[in-house]
Design a protein around this ligand. Structure first.
Ligand code: SF4
Length: 654
């Protein structure tokens, strides 16, 4: 008997209105865990190469992690996956909340969609009954209104995930949202859902996965959670931490980077979420400023950014929340009387930066309003903010004029104009129609040199962290099969926490920061471990909070005896298949280049990143060799594919 998973996935054929269960062998779970790893295996094998991502032949799905729906800390995540309509590469995106566990509660390890409905529909799987229902009265509604309407019809215990107006209008920067606006945002998977006329997936179930050794599993969870409570910082440290956003200038002067003890980070995340970075990151040079052309301490100094500080945002907090099974609970609900918002999600750092520092906008109300607009529309805030930055730069350079913007001055920091442009992008109105598919597609239509203002990697808008502060980000922005992400296993980002402390027996080469070969080996370990972590369903933040019995938890759940080496091999398999998918689509990752501004080419002449240019291209050949890929073009070698039980890829790449 298998433990930790059900051994079956559900295929839903929207063209023929059919539900079909597929039983999977145990081996697949031990090879891929779940999540996008399982997704990549199923989609790679069932979807023809070079299919239009927005056609009926495109396949996408919802994939909870291996540990999702259990009490394992941080394990409540699910992933959506398919071919990215934005980049044409492999695409996946991740969200928390309570939807992921419900997939497992319905008795499935994944739910996949193929075909397309002729008219708007939604799918329900409620207490074992599966139906495809008319969504005429849901189409056009935002995520929150649609979820509320479905709860009136199907009961308050259902869980939903679906698209808002952005996905309906096939915006290639749209995502899929659950829990009233938490979004699996990147890769543009919302547009795939829209192209299938699928508004929502509605779930309710009461299945539980069986456990190999429930006592061991629960004891590991209990000990971890108790230890976490013990690490709470004392009153004095807490009071200092609570004022930390005001120390932004000090942090710049002493060039202190983002680090700290597990207990401190836990306290900060619980109380402030990622918004803690709003002022600090701008000062230390991490936040991109003025579409990556500015310097925080001069162009968006603390005197401006303090309006967006975590302390200011906290004034609006009415309650905290978090994902299923999470002991940290980093989310929060705000009440904003100035905007008549009774309830709105706290904006994440990425959102605050995309619409703040990146646009020189320090109007907090506009950030709250945009966050609510984007959540309801289910659109990626990073890509939308970066596209607004692109449009502002076009306007400032006379490429776009007031005629294009319906009369408003699209200038840096003009909060009113920025809000209006976001509405236009969501609704595909006027210039918004051109911008709704992200910078690169817009630049192709606009021309006139506008491509110089598109800060993208292979078509994906680059996230809000500067490789001159976290150098390995340049590498993963350029070369991960899902480009442009800050959540793609950059060794510097992961080491804010320390994976060595997180999982016993996992080790990076000593001195990896100073030696090229050691860095490459370290990046390989990080890449492989991170794939396994995600596919187990754990949140990326989980590595920040100290030692975690990751493999012990997996082994007590499943009855396996996975070692660190086997875990890294699982990650290598997943990353190699994501790479193969992207190469099979004809995307030349090995020759990808980042915009000069993003890597300091030319370098800044002053400020915290003065004189820094990031060298990332020189590392790729060595990295490919370490991964068992061809260093010239990134193609996985035949023997690597055989070793990883990926022989089915050979016919496609050779
Ligand atoms: S740390 Fe935050 S994002 Fe991560 S699982 Fe917990 S609540 Fe969710």
């Amino acid at each position: 008997m298998s433990h930790g998973y059900f051994g079956k996935v559900l295929w839903i054929d929207l063209t023929n209105e059919k539900f079909e269960e597929e039983n999977l062998p145990d081996k697949i779970y031990r090879q891929y865990f779940g999540g996008y790893g399982l997704g990549c295996k199923l989609i790679y094998e069932n979807m023809r190469p070079k299919v239009d991502a927005l056609s009926a032949n495109s396949i996408f799905g919802f994939f909870p992690g291996l540990l999702t729906s259990t009490a394992a800390p941080f394990s409540g995540r699910y992933m959506v996956a398919g071919k990215s309509p934005l980049t044409g590469t492999w695409g996946d995106a991740n969200s928390g909340g309570t939807f992921g566990p419900e997939i497992k509660k319905c008795g499935y390890d994944a739910i996949l969609f193929k075909g397309a409905a002729e008219k708007p529909i939604y799918v329900t799987i409620i207490d074992g009954n599966k139906e495809i229902l008319d969504a005429a009265d849901l189409w056009g509604l935002d995520i929150i209104k649609a979820e509320e309407k479905l709860k009136i019809k199907h009961g308050k215990f259902i869980k939903t995930a679906g698209i808002g107006p952005a996905g309906e209008k096939l915006s290639r920067i749209s995502g899929i949202a659950n829990d009233k606006g938490r979004i699996a945002a990147r890769s543009g998977i919302g547009a795939i859902m829209g192209s299938k006329n699928l508004k929502m997936l509605v779930l309710k179930g009461n299945h539980k996965v069986s456990m190999h050794n429930k006592d061991d599993f629960m004891s590991l969870v209990k000990i971890y959670n108790q230890e976490g409570k013990k690490k709470e910082p004392g009153k004095l440290i807490k009071s200092v931490l609570n004022k930390a956003p005001n120390f932004a200038k000090l942090m710049r002067r002493f060039r202190i980077k983002m680090s700290g003890s597990a207990g401190m980070i836990r306290h900060v995340y619980h109380n402030y979420g990622t918004s803690m970075g709003n002022t600090l990151s701008a000062e230390i040079g991490d936040s991109p400023i003025r579409n990556w052309s500015g310097i925080g301490m001069y162009d968006f100094p603390f005197s401006k950014s303090k309006n967006l500080s975590a302390i200011n945002i906290q004034r609006y907090k009415v309650r905290e929340y978090g994902c299923y099974s999470c002991p940290v609970q980093c989310g929060a609900i705000l009440k904003v009387p100035e905007l008549n918002f009774e309830e709105t999600h706290i904006p994440e750092y990425e959102t605050c930066c995309s619409f703040g520092a990146l646009l020189l906008n320090n109007d907090l109300m506009s950030i709250f309003e945009i966050n609510e607009l984007c959540n309801r529309a289910a659109i990626d805030t990073i890509s939308t903010g970066a596209t607004v930055a692109f449009a502002i730069e076009c306007f400032e350079n006379g490429i776009l004029t007031k005629e294009d913007t319906d009369g408003f001055e699209l200038t840096w920091g003009n909060a009113k104009a920025i809000v209006e442009l976001v509405k236009k992008i969501i609704n595909r109105e006027g210039i918004g129609d051109i911008l709704a598919d992200g910078c690169d597609i817009a630049a192709k239509q606009i021309g006139k040199g506008s491509e110089n203002f598109a800060m993208t990697s292979l078509g994906c808008e680059i996230a809000m962290h500067n490789p001159r502060i976290f150098p390995s980000l340049a590498f993963t922005y350029a070369y991960d099969p899902t480009p442009g992400r800050h959540t793609a296993a950059s060794i510097d980002m992961i080491e804010i926490g320390s994976i060595k402390k997180f999982q016993k027996g996992l080790k990076l080469p000593d001195g990896w920061k100073k030696n090229e070969m050691k860095w490459i080996k370290g990046q390989k370990i990080t890449t492989c471990f991170y794939q396994a972590l995600c596919c187990a369903g754990l949140c990326s933040f989980s590595t920040l909070f100290g030692p975690y019995p990751f493999l012990d938890i997996i082994n007590s759940l499943t009855g396996w005896n996975i070692t660190v080496d086997e875990c890294l091999n699982i990650g290598l398999r997943i990353q190699t298949l994501r790479q193969a998918f992207t190469l099979r689509e004809g995307i030349n990752i090995a020759n990808n280049k980042l915009p000069g501004r993003v890597i300091g080419d030319p370098p800044d002449e002053r400020g915290p990143t003065k004189g820094i240019s990031v060298n990332y291209q020189n590392y790729y050949e060595g990295f490919c060799t370490e991964m068992g890929w061809n260093p010239e073009n990134g193609y996985p070698l035949k023997e690597t594919l055989r070793d990883l039980d990926l022989e089915f890829v050979i016919k496609d790449l050779y």
